[in-house]
Structures are given as structure tokens and as C-alpha cells.
Design a protein around this ligand. Sequence first.
Ligand SMILES: Nc1ncnc2c1ncn2[C@@H]1O[C@H](COP(=O)(O)OP(=O)(O)OP(=O)(O)O)[C@@H](O)[C@H]1O
Ligand SMILES: [Mg+2]
Length: 460
Amino acid sequence: MSVSEAVPVETQQDTALLIAELHLLSLHGGDDASALDRMLEHVVQGFGAVSGCLAVLDEAQPDQIVITAGVDLPAGALGSRIALGSGVLGSVAAHGKPRLLAGARPGAAQRDLGVPASSICWPMMIKSRLIGALSINRTAGSVAFTQDDVERGATFVTVLALLVDNAGMRSQQQQRIDHLSTLNAEMLAINGELKATQAQLLQSEKMASIGQLAAGVAHEINNPIGYVYANFNTLSGYVTDLLAVARGGGGGSAKPLDLEFLSEDLPDLLRETRDGLDRVTKIVRDLKDFSRVDTSDAWESADVLAGLESTLNIVQNEVKYKATIDRQLVALPAVCCRPSEINQVFMNLLVNAAQSIPERGVIRLASGFDDEQVWVEVADTGKGMTPEVRNRIFEPFYTTKPVGQGTGLGLSLSYTIVQKHHGRIDVDSEPGRGTTFRVTLPRRQPEASGVALPKEAAHV
Ligand SMILES: Nc1ncnc2c1ncn2[C@@H]1O[C@H](COP(=O)(O)OP(=O)(O)OP(=O)(O)O)[C@@H](O)[C@H]1O
Ligand SMILES: [Mg+2]
């Protein structure tokens, strides 16, 4: 049966049919206002009425009902408010009892004005809860409504109340969904901002470490360059003297040339100078290895212990005055990682270890692996941490170091890097005894299935 043609309601079966049709209409979709219009139209048709109106309780002002749907209503009636208790609709809604108005025959003037000759007005209730009110009208000349019509209508008005209530709940639900979507969008935006801030922080932490590194490396290079330069001056003096002897002169200096001394000192000078130059070359190579300036940000199959050694050389200036390095390393298989990031983790751990040692101590480096993962430990004999400090060390900006010495970003950055590698950082620390950090990394990365991992162990 089409939902657009209502059967006149004369029997109980008709009422049931009308209810079923109303239900179909409510499921029919469209916005709630047009669904209510269609339902009301259906009821008006089903009861052979000519006009009707449906008013719903205003939840924001529960002492008023609002005309929400209408069939053949006077202009401007839709949307108007009726106080509970006032007028026929208002008082039916207030008292919860239907009313039949089917009395006086209207005069000609009233007929012209379309004044109804017969009306029924039902309250729409669910148990004792008011949902709204509905009225239908017949004009003069047609058969007046009877008490029977009032009773027949009572059931479907209850059904209509349920449908209206349901529609209200749907719209509330929609409002909640809209609200949640807005919140979600806001959260996504905040998340984006946080990510941008974190990226900026990482950048500034990198800049700070680069500054710290540059100072350390400058110091490390300065030393060999210093003695290469001094040796070079001595050598140029020797060469001048030797050239003078070769030309048959008595030497540039006042004293005679001591060939025996020269033949002993010259090889030493040259060896020391070569050592100095080797040292500078090594520092530059380590610096390159550490920063991996020549590689992209891609996953690589790498020997993390080689990275640890390069990093150790880079931070020599921070470490060598504080600690002796005790290596308890076993060679590790290649690990799929971003080597420059892992080196940055090692740098933070090594510098922290050195800074935790008040005067002199030991930094122990250890390693191990199984089929799935490798681990590297950096342990110190420094001052250790209380449980309170230990619980906060991975928080960004948490530092116990004096202003200007620590930014408190080293470990939070390291944590992020290790997490991105699907690994773990474990800490074991006791005040006065020292601290052990263990970095565990999986040997393979899910994102980097294309990176080949050689089977043989790398050499330390
Ligand atoms: N090996 C360690 N021994 C004792 N305390 C440590 C050790 N490593 C870290 N900590 C504690 O954790 C805090 C946070 O370390 P983190 O590396 O994040 O920052 P920081 O070293 O203070 O500053 P930054 O690394 O930015 O220069 C340190 O201030 C220190 O209190
Ligand atoms: Mg640090």
C-alpha cells in the first residue's frame, strides 16, 4: 500500500493500518519537520478532516507548546507558541484529556471564514509525559466528529507521540554527534599544533646539541692542531738550517748544526705530526658517521655499535675528564634503524652518564642480542636517581641540572626516537650507586620491509 493514501478510519483495523502507515512514514527519512507534516496530513485524511495542527512541547520552555506541523492552517500559525492551559490546544495539553468540539452549527459568516464546525483535540502523551497536542477539524456542512472518533484516535495519537518523541531523540542524538564531531575536529587541530610544537622542540634540541657538539669537537681538534702547528714551526727551522748546510753555508743559526740530534728528533716530529693529522681526520670521519650527513632519513641496515663508538669519540670532550670507558660489548647483528637518530640517543645517554659523575667514575658499555632484538646498555657509577626523579625523566623539559646546563629534552627526545623504532628504554637507578640505561631495538622494522639485513654479525 502506498504511504501517501490514507484509508478513512472507521474500524479498529483501519486504525491499525493507519498506525502502520504512520510508522512507515516516520521511517521514510527526510527532515523531521517534513516527516511530521506528512504524518499529520495522513491523519487529517484518515479522519476525513480538512485541516489539522500538531504542536510539540518546547523542551527549552516546558510551559509552552509550539505548532510544528499544520494542514491548511491560517498564515503565520506555524511556529507560533501556545502557553499550556490557554486556548483549546493549550488546555488539552495541560490537562491531558482529549476534547471533542462538535456543537454549534456555524453561521454563514463563520463558514466564510473557514471556522471549523467540528474538531477533536488530543493530548499527545507517553504514559504521563506530555509530548504535545494534535487537533483535526471538519468544516460546516460535513458530518461532525463523534465520541467514537475521539476514542479511535486515542491509540494512534499515542503512537504519534512515540514517533515524535523518537524524532526528538534522533535530533538530540544528531546534535550530540555534531557536538562530538566539532570536539573531534578541535582535538585534531590541537593535536596538529602539538605535533608542530614537538617538531619545533626537536629542532631546537638538535640545534642545542649541535652547538654543544661543535664546542666539544672544536676543543678536540684544537689539541692535535696545536701540536701539529708547533711541530711545523720546529720543522721549518730545521729545514732552513739543513738547506743552509746543503748550500755550503755554516747554518742559519749561530750554533753549529747538530746532525745527530736532528736525525733523532726529525722522525719523532714527523710521526707526532702524522698522529695529529690522523686524529683530526678521525674526528672529522666520526663526525660524519655520527651525523650521517650523506644519507637521507630512510631506514637503513646498520651496525649500531659502530654508531656508539663514533658517538663516543664525538662526545670525548664531555666524557674523558670524568670517566673511564669499560667495554663489555659483544658484536651485534645489523639492525634496521635510522642510524643518525640512534646515535643521538647514545649521545644523550653518554653525556647524561658523564654529567652524573661528580668527580671520576666508570661508564660501562654493554650489548647483547637474540633472534628478534638487540640491546645496548650505558651504565654509570654516578650519583643515581631517587624514584621521584626516575619517574619524571622522560617528561619534556624535566631537568635537575642548573639553568643553562640542561634543557631537559635529551631523554624525552631519546624516548620518542626509540618509540618510533618500536623499541624500549629501561632504566635502573639507585641514589649513590649509579644508573643503567638499556636501549632495546627490534632487528627488523614493519615499515621497512625493503631493507636488507645481512645475516652475519657485524664486527666491533
Ligand atoms: N645517568 C643519569 N644519572 C642520574 N640522573 C640522570 C641520568 N640521566 C638522566 N638523569 C636525570 O634525568 C633528567 C633528565 O635528563 P635529560 O637528558 O632529559 O635532560 P638533561 O640532561 O637535564 O638536559 P639536556 O639533556 O636537555 O641537556 C636529568 O636532569 C637528570 O636529573
Ligand atoms: Mg641530558
